[in-house]
Design a protein around this ligand. Structure first.
Ligand code: BGC
Length: 746
């Protein structure tokens, strides 16, 4: 290839195509959004979903599908999308999006899976595996730390190393290691002052050298800041086209020697490898829109979360007089705005589906679905039919304008008109269920009064049928929350550092989502992992295959789960690990395993989940690596992060040790708490005690013992740095330096 041809390969032909090289018979291939269905635009392309794309199937967006906690189901969804991509000749589907939900306000949370990196990574890997089983690529995005929409193309996410490694990177890491996405899409934002698109640490050191990524990195649409710096850092493909400007930059840099041509060669090779992985494996497929619509319904049914079901208000029997209130019953909000917006070939509304299923309901709109205006006449009609029904179901939710790609929400409330009407209906009709259509948590001021709450999130184009099947008990709900629902916005850990500055300080560190609410022992509206069923499950006989584990072993945790109700149902068993070693500040518990199990009434199954060293590890910034400390860990098994049913302890004997770094300012406390330095610490402390005459000191006066207690003495000694040994002339500087050197070699 000529230099010009090679430089040309490194940017798009247009909005959606890579360049081909006619002279060499290299065809141009197309990529498209993603993530929860195809948004294939032919002409008049734009990346925000404004212009129409081909008719396709809108599967449940990530906000809902993650609640399935079901890897096989996500693989099935991926496979279906992969087949659709083959049928429409798309080489790469731009997704999944795995950014962590740091704040409920992020306008794009509906496209993201979870606040928990383990869950997001597992689900993403399964989805990628599904799409790529059809020889169509994925582009896991947005790499990395892209957690808000405000100034997304320029702001810098200021997060420390441990926070990045434990919270914001692992979903990508798991997906890369388990599923090798064909491509990774770097994000718009900067990370600690360096654009993701030109960040060698991110794109090369971590992604390729550590995790073993084999595909190519493409930029988010317009994320390139300095093209040559990007290429050197590991950004192979710029999307979309830059009209030749950046290709010329590359050519110029090669010619003037500031860019080694081998870097360009390597990038082109990586791009072409993936292009041909697709081209060499083309499959004959035809679009099966109806079949995929059914699958979209099934995924929604497996994911919708029953948040509350007091007095068993659900399921509806089919015999009662039911009122449906709310425009979302007629026009469901089932997807979010922006680049993931799909031109659905069909949309099922709850109102249509309820009559299709042979049930009769009365209906009143009550409030608008597109704005926040309280309409007295519509409300009065809603109140009238609600009061005269046996039970009322209110379809509430966020209008499109309340959340979207491109901007963040300014508050966490439903439109006031909806909250007001819900309140009024609850006064006249205590038997009320609220169905929610929202891409991210909303405050629920009425949550203690409503007997039933069903979280349908944004449920894809078949959401109406799925909701009806759950409301009437044809499907037993089994979704679990992939995020915490805080009571109010100000409870959220990112509240004071979100979306208002070009340098976004991630001050809450690793304490994101339930990691924070648990540490603060804070009441939440609904906890991470929560979700009810129409049946009940009992957990028993928690056991591990060993009591003592090492950092090279795996540990299998088993528990028996019994369906103690009278309906078939599914339960997601969640395994959390709690570090009791006292090593450093860690979350009270972290999700490290889950498995969804189907049980007939009365049936018991054993669920086994295998943990490995990483399940116990935290990221140590002295080592710049994951670290497993020795000591006790608790394994907590339960139905949600706040519904732990069984607990067991295991002992970890880890060969890993944090290298000693003793210096003049190391404290006695630090020395005494490490077995390797404890003896030395004690010797030194004894010297100090002798110097101060502490233990042998005779009777202290009353005033002296009030002023200086033993606890205070101990605390002061613990925080005293080694250099004080010199201050008090207990040894020479040379002697102390020699002792420190010896310790550091341990
Ligand atoms: C979004 C990406 C999307 C791309 C192409 C960007 O604005 O951030 O997620 O894949 O546009 O539509």
């Amino acid at each position: 290839m000529t230099l010009e041809e090679k430089a040309g390969m490194c940017s798009g032909l247009d909005f959606w195509h890579l360049k081909g090289v006619e002279r060499l018979g290299i065809p141009s291939v197309m990529v498209s959004d993603g993530p929860h269905g195809l948004r294939k635009q032919d002409d008049k392309a734009d990346h925000l979903g404004i212009n129409d794309s081909i008719k396709a199937v809108c599967f449940p967006p990530a906000v809902l599908s993650a609640c399935s906690f079901d890897r096989a189901l996500l693989a099935e969804m991926g496979t279906a999308i992969g087949k659709e991509a083959q049928a429409t000749d798309l080489s790469v589907v731009l997704g999944p999006a795995v950014n962590i939900k740091r704040s409920p306000l992020c306008g794009r949370n509906f496209e993201y899976y979870s606040e928990d990196p383990y869950l997001a990574g597992e689900i993403a890997a399964a989805f990628i595996g599904g799409i790529q089983s059809q020889h169509v690529g994925t582009s896991i995005k947005h790499f990395a730390a892209n957690n808000q929409e405000f100034n997304r193309m320029s702001c810098s996410s200021e997060a420390d190393e441990r926070t990045l490694r434990e919270i914001y990177l692992p979903a990508f890491e798991t997906a890369v290691k388990k599923a090798q996405p064909y491509t990774v899409m770097c994000s718009y934002n900067q990370i600690n002052g360096t654009f993701a698109s030109e960040n060698p640490w991110l794109l090369t050191e971590v992604l390729r050298n550590e995790w073993g990524f084999e595909g190519y990195v493409m930029s988010d649409w317009g994320a390139v800041n300095d093209r040559v710096a990007g290429l050197k850092a590991g950004l192979e493909l710029e999307m979309p086209s830059s009209g030749g400007i950046n290709d010329r930059e590359i050519i110029k840099a090669v010619k003037d020697g500031s860019l080694d041509e081998s870097v360009l060669d390597r990038a082109v090779e990586r791009i072409l490898t993936i292009v041909y992985r697709y081209l060499d494996n083309r499959q004959e497929e035809t679009l099966n829109l109806e079949g995929d619509h059914k699958l979209a319904q099934h995924i929604a049914e497996e994911s919708i979360v029953l948040l509350k079901n007091e007095d068993k208000i659900l399921p509806l029997s089919g015999q009662e007089n039911i009122a449906f209130i709310g425009g979302f019953a007629k026009i469901p909000r089932f997807q979010g705005g922006g680049s993931s917006h799909i031109n659905s070939f069909r949309v099922d509304s709850a109102l249509d589906m309820v009559s299709a299923a042979g049930y009769t309901v009365t209906y009143a709109q009550g409030f608008p679905t597109t704005s926040d205006v309280y309409d007295e006449t519509a409300a009065a009609e809603a109140l009238r039919i609600a009061a005269s029904a046996d039970k009322t179901v209110i379809f509430a939710g966020l209008p499109d304008s309340f959340e979207s790609e491109g901007y963040d929400r300014s508050h966490m409330r439903l439109p006031d008109c909806q909250n007001r009407l819900i309140d009024e209906i609850l006064k006249v009709q205590p038997n009320t269920v609220i169905v929610l259509h929202n891409g991210s948590p909303v405050e629920m001021p009425w949550r203690n009064k409503a007997k039933g709450i069903l979280e349908a999130y944004l449920g894809g184009q078949a959401v109406g049928a799925a909701v009806i099947n759950i409301l009437y008990g044809n499907v037993n709900p089994s979704g679990k929350l992939a995020e915490t629902m805080p009571i109010k916005l100000s409870d959220n850990p990112a509240h004071l550092n979100f979306g208002d500055s070009d340098k976004v300080q991630y001050h809450e560190g690793i304490f994101v989502g339930y990691r924070y609410y648990d540490a603060k022992e804070m009441e939440v509206a609904f906890p991470f992992g929560h979700g009810l069923s129409y049946t009940t499950f009992c957990y028993s006989n928690l056991r591990t295959d060993k009591n003592t584990v090492t950092d090279t072993d795996t540990l299998t945790v088993s528990v028996d789960v019994t369906n103690t109700g009278d309906r078939a149902g599914k339960e997601t068993v969640q395994v959390y690990v709690s570090d009791q070693t006292g090593c450093c500040r860690r979350p009270a518990k972290e999700l490290k395993g889950f498995e969804k199990v189907a049980l007939q009434p009365g049936e018991t199954k054993t669920v086994s989940i295998t943990l490995d060293a990483r399940s116990f590890a935290w990221y140590n910034t002295d080592l710049h690596d994951w670290f497993v400390g020795s000591g006790t860990y608790e394994i907590l098994v339960g139905a949600s992060s706040r519904d732990i049913r069984e607990t067991i302890s295991v002992q970890m004997n880890s060969a890993q040790q944090i290298p000693l770094h003793i210096h003049m300012n190391t404290t006695f406390g630090e020395l005494l708490s490490d077995p390797r330095t404890c003896e030395f610490g004690l010797t030194m402390k004894k010297k100090m005690d002798t110097f101060f005459g502490a233990p042998e000191e005779p009777e202290k006066s009353e005033t002296a013992s009030e002023a200086i207690s033993d606890a205070m003495n101990d605390a002061m000694a613990a925080s005293m740095p080694l250099r004080n040994v010199l201050t008090f002339g207990l040894c020479t500087k040379e002697e102390l330096t020699e002792m420190i050197d010896k310790l550091n070699q341990l």
